[in-house]
Design a protein around this ligand. Structure first.
Ligand code: ASP
Ligand code: MG
Length: 444
């Protein structure tokens, strides 16, 4: 008997019919004898609507009230699913964040989970065989007792946190999003679904542009060693062998599974291993690929500050005001000056902040001291990710050569232990992604 967390995203609970489908997934696991806590998102589009209403009510509104409003979406689905389950003869009870409670920080609208009390849930698993249906995305401020929310996409984080709190063996996250691929299949049709990916790689992928899971949920999974399984919903249900096991995917006892809610619930063997992507610890990946995946983001802008004074305090004078303006600076490249007096400094910001960033820099020109600003909005960041880079030299060098052969100019480069990112003209994004995808043998 396993203890499971099952998380369903907005499209999986978009209407009553789909909620019934979710209930059949739950039923399958209950019938198999498992203890189940379900985490639900708001019905598809509901949160957007709630957010829009807050904005319409007042452009500048109190985050505490924003949380009071937007947390209601999940409350609705939790109650509805419990009703449907009860109707099917399954013991079920809904829970909101304050009822467990799920204690969070005071950062309304982007609160962090501090502690979850899962005692009552576990007691009810044992005594009543009761399914716990939890509203995702929300918690309770540890001091004031007010409702908080965890930031958009936060139900993923709720699910991982609950899985850790009740020591679930598995946390199935059912989603409409395709599993984790080597890159976006819309750009590279030959992109492969990854059987396994390490937490760190998934973190990089998620933060560099892949939109599979909320970044923070992966972080949390890594910290608590919650294993996550991502599976594709683009597969046709009739193409799936419910008893099939993709190589090495589900060998672990304690895991988080992200998988399709579009499979027929009764087609899935609850003791078998459904196809998907397992997010797990590095040591579980037996045969490491040097490169695991390629992420890209066109939402980038480049700013170059020409002939900026080369002396202590200049970087602080540039980036301090940008930070104060809440502008996230990403790649930063600075030249060593040749004349000892001035140098060039290039960095990227989100495209949506380009104008604001430029304004901030123009304002601080006197204090910083530079000749001129150059910028470009039509740039893209392509990132190559893989834990194998730790032990392999020349991985990036290969990319530079391959891109050069395609006539793609690299504007800036940054690297870390397990990834490197290249800034290029946005027009070449697809070509670059495809080129790198085959270069690193990801086409198979
Ligand atoms: N309903 C929330 C959102 O749309 C949380 C979630 O679905 O994860 O952001
Ligand atoms: Mg989501």
């Amino acid at each position: 008997m396993a203890r499971l967390v099952m998380k369903f995203g907005g499209t999986s609970v978009a209407d009553i019919e789909r909620i019934r489908n979710v209930a059949r997934h739950v039923q399958r696991e209950i019938t198999a004898g498992h203890e189940v806590a379900v985490i639900v998102s708001a019905m598809s589009g509901a949160t957007n609507q709630l957010v829009a209403w807050c904005r319409e009510a007042a452009a500048l509104h109190d985050a505490r009230e924003y949380d009071a409003v937007v947390s209601s979406g999940e409350q609705v689905t939790a109650g509805l699913l419990a009703i449907v389950l009860e109707g099917m003869g399954i013991n079920a009870r809904s829970w909101q964040g304050w009822q467990l409670p799920i204690l969070t920080s005071n950062a309304h609208a982007s609160a962090r989970i501090l502690d979850i009390n899962g005692t009552e849930l576990v007691k009810r698993f044992k005594e009543r065989h009761e399914v716990a249906v939890l509203a995702g995305f929300q918690g309770m401020h540890k001091d004031t007792g007010r409702i908080t929310t965890l930031g958009r996409g936060g139900s993923d984080t709720s699910a991982v946190a609950v899985a850790a709190a009740i020591q679930a063996e598995r946390c199935d996250i059912y989603t409409d999003v395709d599993g984790v691929y080597t890159t976006d299949p819309r750009i590279v049709p030959r992109a492969q679904r990854l059987p396994k990916i390490a937490y760190e790689e998934m973190l990089e992928l998620a933060s560099l542009g892949a939109k599979v899971m909320q970044v923070r949920s992966v972080e949390l999974g890594m910290v608590h060693n919650v294993r996550i399984f991502v599976r594709s919903s683009f597969e046709k249900p009739e193409d799936i062998d419910p008893h099939g096991t993709p190589p090495g995917t589900l060998i672990c006892g304690e895991e988080e599974i992200v998988r399709s809610s579009f499979e027929k619930p009764e087609d899935i063997d609850p003791h078998g291993t459904p196809p998907g992507t397992l997010i797990c610890g590095e040591e579980e990946i037996v045969e490491q690929q040097v490169v695991t995946g390629i992420a890209f983001s066109k939402d980038e802008a480049q700013i170059s500050i020409r002939r900026v004074q080369d002396k202590p305090g200049v970087a602080a004078a540039i980036f301090g005001p940008l930070a104060e303006a809440n502008i996230n600076v990403d790649m930063i490249v600075q030249n060593v000056s040749s004349d000892g007096a001035t140098t060039d400094l290039t960095f990227t910001v989100p495209a949506s902040d380009y104008q604001r960033a430029t304004d901030v820099l123009i304002k601080s020109k006197g204090q910083v001291g530079y000749e001129r600003l150059d910028g470009a909005n039509d740039v893209a960041k392509v990132s190559v990710i893989g834990i194998g880079m730790r032990s392999h030299a020349g991985v990036a060098a290969k990319a530079f050569k391959a891109l050069a052969e395609k006539g793609i100019n690299i504007r800036a480069i940054t690297t870390s232990e397990i990834k490197f990112s290249l800034l290029i003209d946005a027009n070449y994004t697809e070509l670059a992604v495809r080129t790198l995808h085959s270069l690193y043998d990801l086409d198979k």
